[in-house]
Write a new protein. Structure first.
Length: 89
């Protein structure tokens, strides 16, 4: 699924370096937190806010010019666009 995420980013005009970086950030975040990828997918709506500006893990979310946070946001967009999760209105 992470390779599909990288390809989705490339198809949405992200630079190859950014696409590869965001894929790696999702992978490292899962490893750091002890999440499986399926757990992240199923719980992205609860996990993402923790890394936002006022979240309890915001300091990790803003690392590398907020790349962690941006990767999570794009991953959520990828999941919604591929109908793997529903969009919360």
């Amino acid at each position: 699924m992470l390779k599909e995420f990288e390809n989705w980013l490339l198809n949405n005009n992200y630079r190859p370096t950014t696409a590869f970086d965001y894929q790696g950030r999702i992978e490292r975040l899962c490893k750091k937190e002890g999440y499986t990828l399926s757990h992240l997918v199923e719980n992205i709506a609860l996990i993402l806010p923790e890394y936002e500006i006022n979240g309890k893990k915001s300091s990790y979310g803003k690392r590398s010019h907020t790349s962690v946070r941006q990767a999570l946001r794009r991953f959520k967009m990828f999941l919604i666009s591929n109908k793997l999760i529903e969009s919360a209105n």
